[in-house]
Design a protein around this ligand. Structure first.
Ligand code: OSB
Ligand code: MG
Length: 367
């Protein structure tokens, strides 16, 4: 592939309101935007969606910056990249660091699609023109106003962050505002072995699913719980690779898989997990990372694949941000988001706004 230059940018966008979970609170969103350009001036964009602290996965923005600048870029031989999957093989010597790999691989996928004059969705075998949107209500947003604003856009599914012991209250509170909302809860691994009976007792609520009840790594406990519960378990943090997805499904630790491009180490891994789940009759949905329109555009391409049958954490640009890094924000209309058909990720990045949001940048050129 023709790759002339790679630019890394640390950016920070203020959030409209804090995103609160039992693990902490986000007030602004800092990510690394990766831009890979060729000699014709085509640009591919990717996003490293690590957080400032390692509350969700072990990576942080700071470790990601180090991995890119000091480990991955100095080893990168662009002449050996004919296809984005070659980049995956070249970086397979690096353990973990999924979000870093995913961000750079994403920029390479976007550039590859643009060089081949095809949309990313079409390139990876997407079949949907629109994907179903889903809203996430953090602990701090659950008022009538929050829900009515989301309802106006027609979100089809509501995911609630909950606190242990207060699940029923929170769910009832939301159902009083609208009894017809399809609801699931995300535990982010907060339950312990002794909570299995407590979780089973929530079966009567008819939740769509419960996401990541126990700590990542514990396929055994998820299996024990799933055998007792009728509510489907969906795994998020536990699934960092195709191997994890296979173990979870073979062991019966979940019935549904959340795929995040960043958490699984990139689009190539995401596609493999999608295919594996599809072949095993396990539906998937696309997770979110309170990320910018660049990552959202990658998500839309992924979610256009046939086994993404459940609405994901796919929301509009203005759900979390006053202003996104795109010239035209991503919009939810009648509960759906259009999958871009333009080349690559199919969105126009607002370069001057990106520049304004940048606190540090680094430019790399092949030696
Ligand atoms: O567990 O899915 C999660 C946000 C940050 C870290 C982890 C998670 C989340 C979300 C928000 O649930 C998803 C979104 O709307 O982007
Ligand atoms: Mg989750």
């Amino acid at each position: 592939m023709d790759i002339q230059r790679i630019v890394l940018r640390r950016i920070s966008l203020p959030l409209r309101s804090p995103f609160q979970t039992h693990q902490g609170e986000l007030h602004e969103r800092s990510v690394i935007i990766v831009e890979v350009s060729d000699h014709q001036g085509l640009k591919g964009y990717g996003e490293v969606s690590a957080f400032s602290t390692p509350f969700y996965t072990a990576e942080t923005i700071e470790t990601a910056w180090h991995m890119l600048r000091d480990i991955i870029l100095p080893h990168l031989n662009t002449r050996d990249i004919q296809h984005p999957a070659d980049f995956v093989r070249m970086t397979s010597f690096i353990q973990g660091n999924q979000m870093v790999k995913a961000g750079l691989e994403g920029a390479i996928w976007d550039l590859y699609a643009k060089q081949n004059k095809v949309s990313l969705a079409e390139l990876i075998g997407g079949t949907r023109a629109y994907v179903k949107a889903g809203a996430v209500l953090s602990l701090s947003d659950c008022t009538k106003n929050d829900i009515n604003r989301l309802k106006q856009s027609g979100y089809e599914r509501y995911k609630l962050k909950v606190e242990k012991g207060k699940e029923r209250d929170k769910i009832n509170q939301v159902q009083t505002i609208d009894p017809d909302l399809a609801i699931m809860i995300d535990a982010n691994g907060m339950y312990r072995e002794e909570d299995i009976d407590h979780l089973t007792a929530l079966d009567d609520l008819g939740l769509l699913m419960i996401e990541q009840p126990f700590e990542p790594g514990d396929f055994y406990l998820h299996r024990q719980a799933q055998q007792q519960m009728s509510t489907p378990i969906c795994l998020d943090e536990s699934i960092m690779s195709l191997h994890d997805a296979r173990q979870a499904i073979e062991l019966g630790s979940c019935q549904i898989v959340n795929i995040k491009i960043s958490r699984v180490g990139g689009m190539t891994a995401a596609l493999n997990i999608h295919d594996y789940c599809q072949n095993n009759g396990v539906p998937v949905w696309c997770g979110g990372m309170v990320e910018t329109g660049i990552a959202k555009a990658h998500n839309l391409a992924l979610a256009s694949l046939p086994n993404f049958t459940i609405p994901g954490d796919l929301s509009s640009s203005d759900r979390y941000f006053y202003k996104d890094v795109l010239k035209e924000p991503i919009e939810v209309i009648d509960g759906k988001i259009r999958v871009p058909t333009e080349n690559g990720i199919g969105v126009n990045v607002d370069d001057s706004y990106l520049e304004k949001a940048t606190s540090q940048s680094y430019v790399w050129q092949p030696g």
